[in-house]
Design a binder for this molecule. Sequence first.
Ligand code: FE2
Ligand code: FE2
Length: 172
Amino acid sequence: MISIKMQSAIDDQVNAEIWSAYLYLSMASYFESKSLRGFANWMKIQWQEEVTHAIKFFDYVHSRGGKVSLKPISEVQLDWANPVAVFIDTLEHEQHVTQLINNLANIAVEEKDHATNSMLQWFISEQIEEEANAEQIITQLKMIGDNGYGLLMLDKELATRVFVDSTKGPVQ
Ligand SMILES: [Fe+2]
Ligand SMILES: [Fe+2]
């Protein structure tokens, strides 16, 4: 059985993951409106990934005899100045999520909840990848600068990203 403190912290994380999904869907909408469909594709895959993160926490709580309490989802930003601003926000958001995951791991250690700590290791590794992905795209967008052709080339590359449900296996 999961402790009330751990359960409540994971409830907040389910909300944070769904909020992340909503944020990325908003970013996808921004890119669709700019006819950058490859970037929009990348963001829609982020959206799908965040939903699988929420479900991983959701299923975990129920597997430990708990019950998730869903909370309201806050509003998300709707517009950005340019593509690089979107990815700077993405990186800052993922850095924030890394802090949330680390905080959950701290609670698991305090509560001597080894099962939750073990489950969280997947998320700790996943966050490394999330931050690295955003950083890489920021670097590329900075290289591109105002070059429209470069932007279209990156858009074509991001169009090739496909969704893989990595919550079912180890992070690479
Ligand atoms: Fe996530
Ligand atoms: Fe994420």
